[in-house]
Design a binder for this molecule. Sequence first.
Ligand code: UDP
Length: 236
Amino acid sequence: MQKLEQLYEGKAKKVYATDDPRYYIVDYKDDATAFNGEKKGTIVGKGAINNRVTNHLMQILAKEGIPTHFVKELSDRETLVKKVTIVPLEVIVRNIVAGSLSKRIGVAEGHKLQRTVLEFSYKDDDLGDPLVNEYHILAMGWASEQELKQITDYALRINEILRAYLADLNIDLIDFKLEFGKTPEGELVLADEISPDTCRFWDSRTGKKLDKDRFRRDLGDVEDAYQEILDRLLGR
Ligand code: UDP
């Protein structure tokens, strides 16, 4: 597979064309941003860790019947993925109150939700990814009714699979963000990444944050926390 021109550069990844029109190559960067790009930095080794963490979790989900864009890990930082058109939504799944929800409803971080909460935001950096609901999504045609149902079902199922898997590794899955894409054949698949950049992971024994909040909030030990997640996933 030949890596061709760069198609896109995001905050944490670059996407390249390949000589096969069905596939793209994603290349994970060490760059870290928070607060919609206001805070910038580098987390040394993050790209390689997020590449491996994402691919590991996507393969677990695939085994459980969730279709994903993952095709093959090519190197430390590069993965071959199916070419998809991204549905312009961030799908947020929450088990425990944290982050923006804590601020929005005035409930302390760590409060256990009585049931899983799903939120959607419209992917638009200039607008700061505003929160939207099902009515906005259907009224704007960002997803069809059938796609939205499928996205909801997948998101809740992914939560159950990951929550159980991570619990065995003494990691509490607090919340996370998913993105979905559509293949040229019209199949809806899980895309983007699942990593300490996009999930909140708390050590279930100590409560230590093992995710990007260490960077966002200047808690220190950022690289170690990312490495700790990868080590636990790989049983090290
Ligand atoms: N998240 C993300 N990208 C975003 C916004 C949120 O990956 O653009 C993830 C974030 O890491 C957390 C979850 O989604 O695991 C919920 O984030 P929240 O809405 O609390 O926003 P934050 O506090 O991160 O601004």
